[in-house]
Design a protein around this ligand. Structure first.
Ligand SMILES: Cc1ncc(COP(=O)(O)O)c(C=O)c1O
Length: 391
């Protein structure tokens, strides 16, 4: 173990990782190489939506990897066609492009929005408004789309054409829109930014302005999509219909995928040569994603996710801890704002057999697998509360 951890030196120093080496998982539990068991409230930052070792998903990917692992997009493959049909149908969208990550999906969405505007209005109408505290990825363009200056610091020059406004501030949004604006990109619940849900009147105002000025509305559903909030998409909580949706994380359930979905308005925008990806739409990954959608797009599954949200909120209400300032979020995307340093609680929880995330200095973030049982959830919550109380 010590020798193995020493090899961490060979990885670039980009993650402040917790020093455990994970070995295997089953359901909502993970085990390290020393045999220690952990309840998982992280699902690999919202990826392992079906938990670990899910039979249907494992069969889907292993059968496909034996049959055909990769083709390139010069050819078609069966899983990508099936997934494209399913995902556009259940999302009420017209077309989909498959990529490999959230950042890549957002890059695709930004290109799509700018091309739509260029085709219709010509040069100069290319600014995208995003929100302060948002997170859209780590590439040079999606970092600039991310409304958090701390991420920009060392990496100038960036792609131009982004403006930021505060979430839930309608006046600031209105003052941001001008003749150069082509789109507004938002997360229904900001994940990395602290688990901040948008308010309905703000979302309604975005759609009002967008309709008036022919702006595109892009929902970044990379973290809050695919059942995470108890609805298929985070924006379903607001009863609106975006022009573009981006996906990744939970759709892959353990393998890398990204997706850009668009409505009728944008269905002719991309032409051959405008965009592409070598691995995008890979048959193994898309076989697994199809299994995810077959499970997650079911109303009774989604209702269970919502019930678990109630369980979490009731737990903290009953606990009435003076160290818990607020519990917010939807479904199984929950932020717990505390009076203590979140990273300290995260380490204490780890020592007590629970894996949990942070989202900023004072927010603990829960993103458990969507299939977590009530029993595991309750046990994990008790460990979390104990860790908060005892610090
Ligand atoms: C809302 C949102 N968008 C985009 C991304 C970037 O996704 P990826 O890390 O797969 O590039 C993330 C990652 O946390 C995210 O939460």
């Amino acid at each position: 173990m010590d020798n193995l951890l020493g090899a961490n030196e060979n990885l670039m120093n980009t993650y402040a990782n917790l020093s455990i080496v994970l070995d295997h998982g089953k359901g909502s539990k993970l085990y390290d190489i020393n045999g220690n068991e952990y309840i998982d409230f992280t699902s690999g930052i919202g990826v392992s939506s079906l938990g670990y070792g899910h039979e249907g998903w494992v069969n889907a990917v292993t059968e496909q990897v034996k049959k055909l692992a990769h083709t390139s997009n010069i050819f078609l493959n069966e899983p990508v066609l099936k997934l494209a049909k399913k995902i556009t149908e259940i999302s009420n969208m017209k077309k989909v492009f498959f990529a490999n990550s959230g950042a890549e999906a957002n890059e695709g969405a930004i290109k799509l929005a700018r091309k739509y505007s260029y085709d219709k209005y010509g040069e100069g109408r290319n600014t995208i408004i995003t929100l302060n505290k948002s997170f859209h990825g780590r590439t040079i363009t999606t970092l600039k789309a991310t409304g958090q200056e701390k991420f920009h610091k060392y990496f100038y020059p960036f792609t131009e054409g982004f403006k930021y406004t505060d979430a839930n501030d309608i006046d600031s949004l209105i003052s941001c829109v001008d003749e150069s604006t082509c789109a507004i990109m938002i997360e229904a619940i900001q994940g990395e930014g602290g688990v901040n849900p948008l308010k309905k009147d703000f979302v309604d105002e975005i759609f009002k302005i967008a309709t008036k000025k022919d702006l595109l509305v892009i929902f970044d559903e990379v973290q809050c999509g695919i059942g995470r909030t108890g609805k298929l998409y985070g924006f379903n909580n607001f009863n609106v219909e975006p022009d573009i949706i981006t996906l990744a994380k939970g759709l892959g359930a353990g393998l890398p995928i990204g997706a850009v979905l668009c409505n009728e308005k944008l269905q002719e925008t991309f032409k051959p040569g405008d965009h592409g990806s070598t691995f995008g739409g890979n048959p193994v990954v898309t076989s697994g994603a199809l299994e995810v959608l077959n499970i997650v797009s079911n109303d009774s599954f989604l209702n269970e996710v919502s019930k678990k949200c109630n369980l979490i909120k009731t737990f903290f209400k009953n606990a009435s801890s003076s160290k818990v300032k607020e519990v917010r979020g939807m479904g199984l995307m929950i932020g717990i704002e505390i009076t203590e340093e979140a990273s300290k609680i995260q380490k204490a929880a780890l020592d007590n057999g629970l894996l949990v995330l942070t989202a900023g200095p004072n927010v603990l973030r829960m993103l458990p697998p969507l299939i977590i049982s009530n029993e595991e959830l309750e046990k994990g919550l008790s460990i979390l509360l104990q860790s908060i109380e005892n610090v």
